[in-house]
Design a protein around this ligand. Sequence first.
Ligand code: TPP
Length: 513
Amino acid sequence: MTGAESLVRTALDAGIEVCFANPGTTEMSLVTALDSVPGMRAVLGLFEGVCTGAADGYARMRGKPAMTLLHLGPGFANGLANLHNARRAHSPLVNVVGDQATWHLAADAPLTSDIAGLAAPMSRWVKANTSVQSLGADTAEAIRQSLEPPGGVATLTVPADCQWSDGGSVARVGSPSPRRAVAGATIDQVAAALRRRSSAAILLGGQALTGRGLNAAARVAAASGCRLLSETFSARIERGAGIPAVTRLPYFPEQAHEALAGVQTLILAGAKDPVSFFGYPGVRSRLAPEGCALELLAKVEDDVTSALEALGDALGAAKLTSIPRLEAPRYPTGPLTLATLGGAIAALQPEGAIIVDEAATSGGPYGSLAASAKPHSCLMLTGGAIGQGLPTAVGAAIACPDRRVIAFQADGSGMYTVQALWTMARESLDVTTVLCSNRAYRILQIEAARAGNVEPGPKLRGLTALEPPVLDWSALARGFGVPAVKVETADDLVKHLGRALSEHGPSLIEAVL
Ligand SMILES: Cc1ncc(C[n+]2csc(CCOP(=O)(O)OP(=O)(O)O)c2C)c(N)n1
């Protein structure tokens, strides 16, 4: 068995089913092994950020890692921004990065670089494999490390000669540690705080945003009268009719302060003490009001859902009865605005849809309507590194082929990893992209205005406008093999979105705002 075959067999035995790849010469033995050892789906991404973002989306939906296969330092570096988002999402993910043959490293050939140095900031575990004999075991350890709660990015570099040489052996993946159970004393302490304080809120993150977590949190809220908030950017949140709704902590600090105003005790359940996305002059980093007491119920790596359930029991909470109604969908008509755009998606999204939300400033109204739409999962931009949406949609569609994916996508962000459209076409994925064409980096224009720059100069205007020339998204999508239309009214959006969602395969609707 070659080293490459030992790696693929070890991964297959551990349940890894997909490899998102953009290979080069130093990975060709691994590519060959993907044929000689059948069983793993190999998906080509035309930019490494597509591969890493897709692996992130896959992990968020399946709770287990996909593999990426990337080419040396430069190829790996192209995937870093989406690995940053994956790290913030606590997604289990295994990067396999080819390296020069062990004996060729010292020659310092042009593509040689410090891959471990590039990997460290975005990975929880990095190892350089150095022998064919240990490649199976190194692969198994990478997989185990990715699965250690709450999940994370593991990166293994594999020299070309360790891949092609004989002498490989399959290794078994050790069990990751279970999630830590929250101590009874902590549950009692938080229950006491909830009984004592009139104004408390629970900030939910990670596992707390699963259906089970949200139900448990809603019981706690019903019994104690506390408010429920979710972190601003969730890796995954279950939402819609029948699922308890929570208030998303707003992005801008003034609005976040408002959402938290009057909270005397903030309980953290799988979320961190919330901070402002950026520092602004005269604005504190922390968002909770001064003097607000913090209670840590569970860290993101803990068994957060069981802790919430135990908290409900400690408070004597009843079973959950009231759940949001499904409001009859009303199809918007008239001009295309953010409200009609959001209304069309909320009305038409099928049950069980996966919404990948990188709509940026175009997403606000939809966010408020989503709680009463059909139940769905929503994946958000966890690390703020834009260009996550389209790749994550690819990964989510491959993870869940029987669910419809809607990529709700801002135009500026979409351009970073636009090649993901080609993978959607190549793999015939059921992804409907609703592209919000506002032809600007609107958020940066808003930030400039907030900073007092109300009359932007030509450079600021030039660096935040995406026209001229206008990005012809319908033409771009068609160029990547994805059928596309351009719509300029709500009526046309409803018509084309309805049709796109009823057909198999990818499509893109360019919504001109
Ligand atoms: C990788 C990366 N590069 C640059 C930025 C800075 N940035 C944040 S938002 C943004 C523009 C977003 O524009 P768009 O996606 O069109 O959304 P809009 O603000 O127009 O709604 C940029 C360039 C970033 N966050 N991440």
